[in-house]
Design a protein around this ligand. Structure first.
Ligand code: IMP
Ligand code: MG
Length: 183
């Protein structure tokens, strides 16, 4: 990515809006209700993978009506070339003991599927009551590792997207909508 040197340059890289703020709001209401349905008297722990999912988490947790806690983790997956070594490095771990919760992983996007595949394996080994994955975006055409989220708000083609938590070179996370990036 070329360095951004002006506001004009910054703005010109926002190619077109793919998902509007209103569309996101509508779909988040439905996703919140879906999460409500997981509750069976035991608490839910919403787990957001930083940084990309922080905006989605903030809105999604407010659409959930059942008792739930919020947790964050930072995970980095390691690869030899394009092959996952199966090693996930947790740079910031959850503080909760997941064995007494229904876990709902809140992710920004499933692309190759490697990150979530690794994180799910790791959390399942800690024996949560149940584990579900909710993703804001899914790019199924890019999958390298077989992975199917339990709930996806939007399925998109193979575009590089920015906004609503997703970045390019750490910029654009604060856009209120999701846009295609103009490389
Ligand atoms: P994975 O390839 O499924 O492991 O996705 C890893 C991470 O890459 C995601 O959690 C995102 O943070 C990032 N990513 C994948 N596609 C995009 C995109 O289109 N825009 C911004 N970040 C992306
Ligand atoms: Mg991410």
């Amino acid at each position: 990515m070329e360095e951004i040197k002006s506001i004009q340059d910054y703005e010109s890289r926002i190619k077109r809006v793919i998902v509007t703020e209103d569309q996101i709001k509508e779909e988040i209401k439905k996703a919140g209700k879906w999460i409500d349905g997981i509750y069976d008297g035991k608490p839910i722990l919403l787990v957001s993978i930083l940084k990309g999912a922080f905006v989605f988490m903030a809105d999604l947790c407010r659409a959930v009506s059942v008792p739930c806690e919020i947790g964050f983790m930072c995970a980095k997956s390691y690869y030899q070339g394009t092959v996952s070594t199966g090693i996930v490095n947790i740079t910031m771990d959850l503080e909760q003991d997941v064995s007494s919760y229904h876990i709902v992983i809140v992710e920004d996007i499933v692309d190759t599927g490697r990150t979530l595949n690794d994180v799910v394996k790791l959390l399942k080994a800690r024996k949560p009551l149940s584990l579900h994955v909710v993703t804001l975006l899914d790019k199924p055409s890019r999958r390298v590792v077989e992975f199917k989220p339990d709930y996806s708000l939007f399925t998109i083609p193979d575009y590089f997207v920015i906004g609503y938590g997703l970045d390019c070179g750490e910029y654009y996370r604060n856009l209120p909508y999701i846009a295609e990036y103009n490389a």
